[in-house]
Design a binder for this molecule. Structure first.
Ligand code: ADP
Ligand code: MG
Length: 329
């Protein structure tokens, strides 16, 4: 009788010794704030708040890719400092070059001096009238072929070459946060400035709902209007548009997407491009490339890249949606 009670006693004492957080139930958490000059909104099901780990991933991306951080790898390269690049930098650089090649130069991370010339970017030139000779002279040192990465060193074949990874950094940050969350849980949604990675289901056990923003001119970034919604249990998606960062020079709209092939802000009727790809980093870069290429070139690029696209085009009476044939969301 006494002996039979021993296993019971043992089990009870084990329960008492068990660390509290090990028996905590899974629940949905939400972490939000600002990063890279935009917002982040991250939801996930876990047994504890993972914000510290998420912030560490975001900081890591910032210290690698942000032009607004003077100590980042990219800022140091741009200043001509001797830098051994990190594996993180190399991953993003290689993907950027792949999308440059795939888009025949529409996507180009050496576009920074042109971005500045047109009044965007980190050191925007003050107001000035457009001078085509000046644009042409800047174009001499814009071109991804003027860089190479070899054994941890980023070579610039002209010291005026400046890198701008803004059009791929947010997507990469989503991938990094998602990789981290994947180690702890199966249900999460990462949204960084509208670039999205979603996996599994929401707190009601239903697929996540993600929105395609309506591309209405919205320099104050206030509009939340959606053009469409997608229900998904697995997606990496990014959107580019010329409805948030732009200004007018006379009647000409100057947008923050620059065509590196002629040096000018893009001007066509493609209002926004939403791209789904195997990684958010790739989707992000492809979305900007689509904005440069315009509707037809965008569809061709998306097919070559094995991705999917949802394009919103401005028409005299409003907007029209065209999608790649494989768009099934
Ligand atoms: P969007 O939401 O429109 O994609 P991003 O910030 O992701 O906005 O990308 C736009 C930024 O990318 C610009 O502000 C500029 O710094 C940079 N950029 C502009 N044109 C190009 C281009 N052709 N290729 C790569 N980067 C570009
Ligand atoms: Mg982008």
């Amino acid at each position: 009788m006494l002996l039979a009670g021993i296993p019971l006693l043992f089990a009870a004492s084990l329960l008492l010794l068990w660390p509290q957080d090990e028996v905590q139930a899974m629940r949905y958490y939400r972490n939000q704030g600002t990063v890279f000059g935009t917002y982040y909104n991250i939801r996930y099901e876990a047994s504890e708040d993972l914000e510290a780990g998420i912030m560490a991933r975001l900081r890591e991306v910032d210290t690698t890719l942000s032009m607004f951080n003077p100590f980042s790898v990219v800022s140091r390269i741009n200043r001509g400092e001797e830098v051994t690049v990190t594996p993180l930098f190399e991953t993003v650089y290689r993907e950027a070059i792949a999308v440059s090649e795939m888009s025949y130069g529409a996507f180009d991370i050496t576009v920074a001096p042109l971005v500045n010339y047109w009044g965007f970017g980190i050191t925007p030139n003050g107001e000035h009238l457009t001078d085509s000779r000046e644009v042409d002279s800047i174009r001499q040192f814009v071109g991804y072929q003027l860089t190479d990465l070899h054994e941890g060193h980023l070579y610039r074949f002209d010291e005026r070459v400046q890198l701008d990874l803004s059009a791929i950094a947010k997507g990469f940050a989503c991938d990094r946060v998602a990789d981290y969350l994947k180690q702890h849980c199966g249900n999460y949604l990462v949204d960084i400035g509208g670039e999205i990675v979603a996996e599994g289901v929401n707190q009601w056990g239903k697929p996540w709902t993600v929105g395609v923003t309506k591309p209405v001119d919205d320099a104050d970034n206030l509009s939340q209007e959606l053009q469409d919604t997608i229900r998904t249990t697995h997606i990496s998606m990014a959107t580019s548009g010329n409805y948030r960062r732009f200004y007018y020079e006379g009647t000409e709209k100057r947008s923050h997407t620059i065509d590196p092939r002629n040096g000018y802000p893009v001007q066509h009727n493609l209002l926004s491009a939403t791209v789904v790809a195997e990684s958010c980093m790739k989707a992000d870069a492809l979305a900007t490339a689509c904005m440069v290429l315009g509707p037809q070139g965008a569809l061709e690029l998306i097919q070559r890249a094995g991705a999917k696209a949802y394009l919103i085009i401005g028409t005299p009476d409003g907007m029209q949606v065209i999608t790649s044939e494989n768009w099934d969301n």
